[in-house]
Each structure stands twice: as structure tokens, then as C-alpha cells.
Design a protein around this ligand. Sequence first.
Ligand SMILES: Nc1ncnc2c1ncn2[C@@H]1O[C@H](COP(=O)(O)OP(=O)(O)OP(=O)(O)O)[C@@H](O)[C@H]1O
Ligand SMILES: [Mg+2]
Length: 302
Amino acid sequence: MTATVPTSITTTTTPAGAASPAGAALAASETLTLAAEPPGPPGAVGSMSITDVSCYYGSHLAVADVSLEIPGRAVTAFIGPSGCGKSTLLRAINRMHEVIPGARAEGSIELDGVDLCAKEVDPVAVRSKVGMVFQKPNPFPAMSIKDNVLAGLIIRGQRPRASAADELVERCLERAHLWDEVKDRLKKSGDSLSGGQQQRLCIARAIAVQPDVVLMDEPCSALDPISTLAIEELMRDLARDYTVVVVTHNMAQANRISDVTAFFSLASAGQPGRLVESGPTGQIFSAPKVAATRDYIEGRFG
Ligand SMILES: Nc1ncnc2c1ncn2[C@@H]1O[C@H](COP(=O)(O)OP(=O)(O)OP(=O)(O)O)[C@@H](O)[C@H]1O
Ligand SMILES: [Mg+2]
């Protein structure tokens, strides 16, 4: 039996005159159901349109005017020098940016045509559709490996029944390329795993709530080369079913694993980060349109 989880984004309030993606006003608690197979070319499921997004910390403009298309069911890499706003933009995508006191974002980020930034959209529901994996693996140390996989559902009060939970845990751990290594110790603490295994556990936890998008902020930077290759292989594999956006400082990694690369930069320290250019990874790495992109990729700055 397959455990079911919500596949919709719930809106909470409707400001007067606010338009829904369909152009109609939304009633309180109305549900915006993301189309399972929206019209469009194959692979369009889980595609995102970022339009005129700017992110602030208080009065500090950290990211300015980003517009970017992120293809569905593909890997998009964010690259650029430290401080150009890659993590900030990533957090804006699943509305974790606004959790930071004084932080706010402007613009729109549509997932399959639904504006995730709209005031009436519940940020908790957004985070179900757009999961996140961090630089440092962060399993819950007091929870077993099994409960770590189920943590997103447990937190939402949606713990599946025993047999469905077992099936879901096995499926997610297999999907995260971890099942064979942990199937005999599911009750052990998540902390008992190696760093690379913990990161794969965090990926299993992220996909257990059936997101459309998985965001990863430098997921390999704390890992050894073998674990890094395992996560890279996993990211490629995940892109068959999820839209993957990964921040990386590793140019070879961006070139190996991504379909699309977006290069961000900033004029100088304290200035806002901006998107310099984006395109198919092969083109960005072999024939970038902007000299600054080539300089960065070739290691001449940043
Ligand atoms: N919590 C915060 N409060 C205030 N300013 C912040 C916060 N987080 C980031 N910033 C600022 O926003 C800008 C962008 O930071 P961000 O962390 O997004 O850059 P980044 O491209 O991810 O850098 P790195 O490659 O070093 O991780 C920087 O000027 C940074 O100092
Ligand atoms: Mg960062």
C-alpha cells in the first residue's frame, strides 16, 4: 500500500482583489491544486518561473531583480562568488527567507503556474512542495533512521499507519540510494550514520513528503570525494522525478550534474547579487555570453 500525502497548496487568506493564478479571487482556505500533468512539453512538470525577485535583509538589498526559468525534472545549478545571494534566492523559493526576522522578498516564483509567493499561499504548504537539503547534513539526532525519513509527515501530524510507513520508508531510502546500507538498523539513531549517509538520509526525508522540487544548498561541501560522487549520482537520478536546484562552488560538479546553469555575481562587497546569465550547462561552460561568467568558471575571480 502506498502512503498518501497532500498534493496541493492551501491558501489561507484572500486579500481583496488578489488574483489567483487562474485569475479568479480565492476564498479563504481554498486549495490550489497543482496539475499532476500540466499542459506543455514533456518534462514541464515542476517547472518554475522566477520573475523580478528581489530579497532584502532589513533595508539591505541582497538579491536584485532576478528573472529565471527553471526547467521541470532537470538539475539547475546556481553558481557564483560568495555573497552573491545564491542561498538567499534558494531560501526565497521555498519561503524560508521570510522566516528570518526583518527579511522579505518581492516578485513572483511560480511553480507550475502557481505563485508560491502570493500572500494567500500558505508557506508551510509551499515547503511540502519545495523541499530543502542543507550544506551540513542535519538528521534529527534523537530520532531513529526510520523516523527521520517520516519526520516531515510526523511534524505535519500525518504519520502513516505501520505498513504504509514501512513501505514509504523503504521507497524513500531506496530512492536516496541508502536502503541497502541501513535496512538492518532502521531503529538506530540518524546520528549513527556517516556524513554521506546522513546527507542521503536528509534527501530521503525531503522526498518523503512528495515534493515537486528539491533545493540543495552546497549538499556535498561537507563530504569526502566518494560520498560526493554518491550524492551527484543521486541528484541526476532524482531529476527523473523531481526538479532539482543545487548551489555549488564546485565548477566541475556543476558541469557534470546540471542541465541548466545560472551564474550570479555582485559588483562589489555590499552590492546586491544579480543573475548574470543562465542557459544550458554545456553552453554556459563552453561559450558563455558574458566575459564575467567565463572568468568565474575559469577561476579568474570569486
Ligand atoms: N541572515 C542574514 N541576515 C542578514 N544578511 C544576510 C543574511 N544571510 C545572508 N545575508 C547577506 O546577504 C548576502 C547574500 O548572502 P548569501 O548567503 O545568500 O550568499 P551566497 O551566494 O549563498 O554566499 P556563499 O557562497 O558564501 O554561501 C550577503 O551580503 C550576506 O551577508
Ligand atoms: Mg550560500
